[in-house]
Design a protein around this ligand. Sequence first.
Ligand code: SF4
Ligand code: MG
Length: 316
Amino acid sequence: DQTILSIRNMKKHFDLGQGKILKAVDNFSIDIKRGETFGLVGESGCGKSTAGRTIIRLYEATDGEVIFNGENVHKLSGRKMREFHRNMQMVFQDPYASLNPRMTVGNIIAEGLDIHGVASGSKRRERVIELLDAVGLNAEHASRFPHEFSGGQRQRIGIARALAIEPQFIIADEPISALDVSVQAQVVNLFKKLQKDRGLTYLFIAHDLAMVKHISDRIGVMYLGNLVEVTTSKELYANPLHPYTESLLSAIPIPDPEIERKRERIILKGEVPSPLNPPSGCPFRTRCPKAMDQCAVTMPPMKEVEPGHFVSCHLY
Ligand code: SF4
Ligand code: MG
């Protein structure tokens, strides 16, 4: 089977008390194939990080299934749970906050080796040097502390830490969003190289489509806790179907000035509604330029309108 991760109707609701339920993730179903990069895109607060954290079981799912290598992640315990955590690792958005400032880089990278008892002594040291090398750093960096490094270098350290116990799958939660634009492409290229060398599968989370364009095989677009469109990267850019995807794409500058001049920017009205009080029917209807009466009444189901191209919108 090609599928490494299969998510069915995953929900993550937070009970805030006094009858308030925050539906951070409400409709989320995807399959990810071994060796592919699945890009997950949406504005901040749309639930993408919560989805990532629920998949890796930093959060318990409220409902639905997360099947990884044929096993339901939310039912694992003991040895199986440890094995799952060896196979799925996370790289975090903020390379400043996610590295312990009092630990040396070598000890940060070796943390997983220590926890899982994989390597000690000279083997551990060799492994750390190999990992530093794999992410474009070097052996002397092992004895230094995180504050001595730039944002891009810190993210490389975070990646080395995630790779230490040879996972199959990495959830990268906005790994380039906090970096200078000049550094972003280098880190994306590092992700690509590591994937090729190590056969990794990625869930790559970002807040705009420009960031995931060059790394994703397929892309899922999220809005207010719901996946609204899923297709190949190529198809999404050439033939976006959901009005929200159209607006996200129209925000990306096109390098060709001829095309750029003729193009229409879709400016969305209003703000993203609170997930505590989502609109009835389609979650996007309060901002959708194409909303119809029906959109306020029923939630559009996810439909496969062309092979492999899924969209949740009453226009289709
Ligand atoms: Fe717009 Fe209606 Fe489609 Fe929602 S269902 S995206 S409101 S047209
Ligand atoms: Mg986030």
